[in-house]
Design a protein around this ligand. Structure first.
Ligand SMILES: NC(=O)c1ccc[n+]([C@@H]2O[C@H](COP(=O)([O-])OP(=O)(O)OC[C@H]3O[C@@H](n4cnc5c(N)ncnc54)[C@H](O)[C@@H]3O)[C@@H](O)[C@H]2O)c1
Length: 315
C-alpha cells in the first residue's frame, strides 16, 4: 500500500450520481482520476458535474491548486484501474453487477492498490468470495453528494485486512472527509439505518394522520435537525439534561422514551402510502422544480459546511 498522503492517481468505477461527485472531489484535492463507465454518455455527465461543482469546491477552500481536467474516461474497468493507487467503486447497487466488476478487475488491480465501494447497504463479505485481492477491499460509503458531505463510513468484510480499513480511514481523512469506522457489517451500515429509523416514524406520522408531510419535515428541519448539524443525538440529549447532563436526562425521560417506543409502528409502503408521500412533497415544493429545490438546499448547506469545516470544529 502507498502512504495515504502520497496518493496521486485514483480510479473511479461507475460514473453516475456518486462517481461523478467523487471525481470532482478527487480532482479538487489535486489527484488525477481515471473514470470508467460502460455508458458513453457518462463522460459528458462527469464533465458537466465537475464544472458545476468546481466553484463550490473553490468556495469551500478546495481546488485552488488543482485542475478540473486531470481525468481520463474509459469504457473498460481494467484500463481504468491500471496504475491506480486507490479505486472508488460506484457501480449500481446490485450484488451481481459489483461481483462481476470485481471479478473483471481482480487480476488487473495493481498489487498495492486499495479498493473502496460506495455501496449504500451491501456487505463487503458478500462481494469478496472468489476475489484474490479481497484483503485490499472495504466499504467506503459516502453521503450524497460526496464532494460536499463530510461523512464516509468505512466497513471491512470477512476477508478485509485490518490494515485496509486503517488505510481507508487515513486516506479519507487526508482528503478532508470525516470517516468513521463501522465495526460490524449490517445492511445499510450505520447512518442509513439511522435515517431509515427516523423515516419509518416520519411516514408513520403521515399515515396515522398525526401531521402532514410538510409539517413532519418542518418538525425536523426547524427543530432537532438544526441541532444535529452541530452534534449527534446522544450529545444533544446530554445537553438536554442541563447541568446533570445525560444522567439527569435519563432519570427524567427514560420512562417516557420507552413508552413512546412502544407506540411506534412500521408502515407498509403500499401504493396508496407511496402516493400520499409523492403528493405530500409536491405540495410542500409549491411548484419549485428539482434544480430550484437543490439551490434552496445548498443555500443553507454551503454556509453550514463552511462553518463546520473551520479548523477546530468537531462536526
Ligand atoms: N445516490 C445516492 O444517494 C448514494 C449515496 C451513497 C452511496 N451510493 C452508492 O453509490 C453506488 C452508485 O450509486 P449512484 O446513485 O451513483 O447510481 P447511478 O445509477 O447514478 O450510477 C451508477 C453508474 O454505474 C454505471 N454502471 C452500470 N454498470 C456498470 C458496471 N458494470 N461497471 C461500472 N459502472 C457501471 C451506470 O452506467 C451509472 O452511470 C451504489 O452502490 C449506491 O448504493 C449512492
Amino acid at each position: 500500500m502507498s502512504k495515504p498522503d502520497q496518493i496521486k492517481h485514483v480510479a473511479v468505477l461507475g460514473a453516475g450520481t456518486i462517481g461523478a461527485s467523487w471525481t470532482a472531489l478527487f480532482l479538487a484535492r489535486g489527484l488525477s482520476v481515471a473514470v470508467q463507465d460502460p455508458n458513453p454518455a457518462a463522460e459528458a455527465y462527469v464533465r458537466r458535474y465537475v464544472a458545476d461543482a468546481w466553484p463550490t469546491l473553490h468556495r469551500l477552500g478546495m481546488a485552488a491548486d488543482a485542475a478540473p481536467d486531470r481525468w481520463t474516461f474509459h469504457a473498460s474497468p481494467v484500463a481504468a484501474v491500471d496504475r491506480a493507487e486507490f479505486v472508488q467503486e460506484n457501480a449500481p447497487e446490485r450484488l451481481e453487477i459489483k461481483r462481476a466488476l470485481y471479478a473483471e478487475i481482480d487480476a488487473a488491480l495493481p498489487p498495492r492498490a486499495i479498493l473502496a465501494s460506495s455501496s449504500s447497504g451491501l456487505m463487503m463479505s458478500d462481494l469478496q468470495p472468489g476475489v484474490a485481492s479481497a484483503s485490499r477491499m472495504a466499504i467506503g460509503h459516502p453521503f450524497n453528494p460526496p464532494h460536499l458531505i463530510p461523512l464516509v463510513e468505512v466497513v471491512g468484510g470477512k476477508d478485509t485486512a485490518p490494515a485496509t480499513v486503517d488505510w481507508c480511514l487515513d486516506f479519507y481523512r487526508h482528503i478532508g472527509k470525516r470517516p468513521i469506522h463501522i465495526r460490524k457489517e449490517a445492511p445499510g451500515h450505520l447512518a442509513n439505518r439511522l435515517q431509515a429509523a427516523l423515516w419509518r416514524e416520519a411516514i408513520n406520522a403521515v399515515v396515522t394522520g398525526l401531521a402532514s408531510v410538510e409539517d413532519v419535515d418542518t418538525a425536523i428541519s426547524a427543530g432537532p435537525g438544526l441541532r444535529w448539524a452541530a452534534m449527534g443525538p446522544h450529545m444533544t440529549f446530554h445537553l438536554g439534561g442541563g447541568e446533570g447532563g445525560m444522567t439527569h436526562m435519563l432519570a427524567q425521560f427514560r420512562p417516557a422514551f420507552e413508552a413512546w417506543w412502544r407506540t411506534m409502528g412500521t408502515p407498509e409502503l403500499t401504493d396508496a402510502v407511496c402516493l400520499q408521500l409523492i403528493e405530500g412533497v409536491a405540495a410542500e415544493a409549491r411548484g419549485r422544480d428539482m434544480a430550484t429545490l437543490v439551490r434552496d438546499r445548498d443555500a443553507v448547506l454551503l454556509p453550514l459546511l463552511e462553518l463546520v469545516s473551520k479548523p477546530g470544529s468537531r462536526t
